[in-house]
Design a protein around this ligand. Structure first.
Ligand SMILES: NC(=O)c1ccc[n+]([C@@H]2O[C@H](COP(=O)([O-])OP(=O)(O)OC[C@H]3O[C@@H](n4cnc5c(N)ncnc54)[C@H](OP(=O)(O)O)[C@@H]3O)[C@@H](O)[C@H]2O)c1
Length: 215
């Protein structure tokens, strides 16, 4: 059985965990305060979920979701992420994360910052443009004409294929936006951000997007 590691047990982390256990994945989850603070959550998630330390989650999982505020990514340990497929749900909110010059000047994307922090991993943008609560509820069977599509972006094909397979299992079509550098097309304040859209609609929403200067 595939184990999804989740760093962060807030809105995104707990809802991806819920969707994953419902689709027969094992979940290992961590937060900043330690596994003992996650006992209620894992009890609620059921027997396929357990809590662990951040390091254990990374080492014991097949794929790892980073679902912590962007400002905290420098706290992540680097070495345990070697060769791991990492899903990046981050969005940039300066009022929460502080000003990040490279993002303010459109010189980078949130996912490229995470990739730079975790250079031996394979980062794939995922789950950043869906409201957390919709993750366990919006999935539909393959072929349903109303099936929602979620965007991904990444630089490593096998990592993108693994993430696409996970999203498909959770009930979503997938739009591949290309490299991590193109993930700004679904970052905050873009037309696709937070929109429930089918694959064709998402293609349209991400086609002729103008990159807005943040400052
Ligand atoms: N909320 C949404 O609907 C949504 C949708 C798409 C994308 N996002 C993005 O996803 C990211 C997470 O958002 P969220 O709403 O899930 O945040 P949240 O509800 O505030 O949860 C953040 C989680 O990160 C954990 N954390 C913080 N620093 C950590 C560290 N150094 N090591 C381990 N865990 C750490 C926190 O642990 P403690 O509980 O111990 O403090 C908490 O469990 C953000 O970039 C956000 O913009 C959010």
């Amino acid at each position: 059985m595939t184990t999804i590691g989740i760093i962060g047990s807030g809105n995104i982390g707990s809802n991806v965990a819920r969707a994953a256990v419902e689709h027969e994945y094992e979940v290992l989850i961590a937060n900043s305060r330690g596994p003992e603070t996650l006992q209620d959550l894992v009890r609620d998630l059921g027997k396929s979920a357990s809590a662990a330390t951040v390091e254990e989650v990374i080492r014991k999982s097949d794929m790892v979701l980073v679902a912590i505020p962007l400002k905290a990514i420098d706290d992540l340990p680097v070495e345990p992420f070697e060769d791991k497929v990492v899903m990046d749900a981050n969005n940039y909110y300066p009022e929460r994360d502080g000003r990040i010059e490279a993002l303010d000047h459109n010189e980078s994307t949130t996912s490229e910052l995470l990739q730079a922090r975790l250079p031996y991993s394979h980062v794939v943008k995922a789950f950043n443009n869906i409201y957390a609560k919709q993750i366990p509820t919006d999935g539909l069977p393959k072929g349903d004409q109303n099936r929602r599509a979620l965007p991904i972006a990444g630089d490593v094909p096998h990592a993108k294929a693994a993430v696409a397979g996970f999203l498909d299992d959770l009930g979503f079509d997938v739009l591949d936006l290309g490299h991590l550098s193109g993930s700004w097309r679904v970052e905050r304040d873009t037309p696709a951000y937070g929109k429930r859209a089918t694959l064709e609609e998402l293609k349209e929403l991400t086609r002729d997007v103008e990159r807005v200067q943040q400052v």
